[in-house]
Design a protein around this ligand. Structure first.
Ligand code: AVI
Length: 321
């Protein structure tokens, strides 16, 4: 008779790592890159010359700040709810414009990390002491559910950085549908989507010369080493990026440079790698208008308008319910 061993996990992180590294082909979720070091590396990525996404969205928000502010404004005032505000560098362009126009609004950044929210709140009170800021700590959807009950005035939901691109289409649709459910007629969703372009430009953005993106990807293994007592040798794995111009999907991998075995003590797990075996770590989806319209339609949303940069490399779309 076969005996079934049940592994008890102490966290979803443990369970996800166990599942991902016991599967064939192996995978790990990119959300786990973002520990303290991962956050720092991502800040560096955003300053890389190859990583055009941040620059392009900055350009769009700066160029169209007054049109965007006008779209957001409403007679009874509005709540500006941002999903994943980070350091708020790009959002500050809009906040500055809204304050200049004396718009009546409350800024509600939502983040899972209380620490990021505290830092953001401190920098906002320095730069914009007059802004009404009400940070909301928690998972996006739990907070959005709470905020859905705010029916007294217009909600503008903001998600910048093409963060949606880290989800495959079916998950992106569920994500957008959950936002749609939290919206009332008249509310807006303002969201960034990185666009399809010269495949080489995309490959370079995820494979910079200085190796910051490689270190970012490898941070997944470092985090598992630190948090789950594992012994990944980071020098024996190589960052590898591919981009399929047909589907618009950029995929990141870590490739094992030799046959090797890794022990993850906290999971009581030995993981064997063949030479050249892969761990799939991230997708960064690129879009065009047709795909965004399809996603919106599936989620019960309508595109009202979009803003783009001089090269049409990146777009911010405005959706209504
Ligand atoms: C956060 N996210 C939108 C980034 C992206 O472009 O997929 C994460 C990233 N991965 C490598 N470089 C940047």
């Amino acid at each position: 008779m076969q005996s079934k061993i049940t592994t008890i996990f102490n966290s979803i992180f443990e369970e996800d790592v166990y599942q991902g590294l016991s599967s064939y082909p192996k995978y790990l979720y990119s959300k786990y890159i973002y520990d303290e070091k991962g956050d720092e590396l991502f800040q560096k990525i955003m300053d890389l010359p190859e990583y055009y996404l941040t620059r392009k969205e900055f350009e769009i928000l700066s160029t169209y700040r007054s049109d965007i502010a006008q779209l957001f404004e409403s007679g009874e005032g509005f709540d500006l709810i941002e999903l994943g505000a980070g350091d708020g560098k790009k959002t500050k362009i809009l906040l500055k414009e809204l304050l200049r126009r004396s718009s009546d609004f409350t800024y509600m950044p939502i983040d899972i990390s209380q620490n990021s929210l505290d830092l953001l709140e401190a920098s906002l009170s320095d730069e914009f002491p007059k802004a009404k800021v009400r940070p909301q700590q928690g998972m996006y959807f739990k907070v959005l559910e709470r905020l859905a009950e705010l029916r007294h005035r217009k909600k503008v939901i903001l998600m910048l950085g093409s963060n949606i691109g880290n989800l495959l289409h079916p998950k992106a649709i569920t994500f957008l549908r959950n936002i749609q459910i939290a919206m009332n007629p008249g509310d807006l969703l303002f969201m960034g989507f990185d666009q399809k372009k010269d495949p080489q430009t995309i490959l370079d953005a995820y494979n910079d010369k200085t190796g910051v993106t490689a270190a970012f990807n490898l941070n997944l293994l470092e985090r598992i080493n630190n948090d789950l007592k594992a012994n990944f040798d980071l020098k024996q794995f190589k960052h590898w990026e591919v981009y399929d111009p047909e589907t618009g999907t950029a995929k990141s991998y870590l490739v094992s440079l030799k046959k090797q075995e890794v022990t993850i003590e906290a999971l009581n797990l030995n993981v064997s790698f063949d030479q050249w075996e892969t761990i799939h770590t991230e997708i960064s989806q690129k879009y065009d208008d047709k795909v965004v319209a399809w996603l919106a339609n599936e989620a019960g949303l309508t595109i009202q308008q979009s803003f783009t940069d001089d090269d049409n490399w990146y777009k911010d779309y405005v959706f209504t319910k």
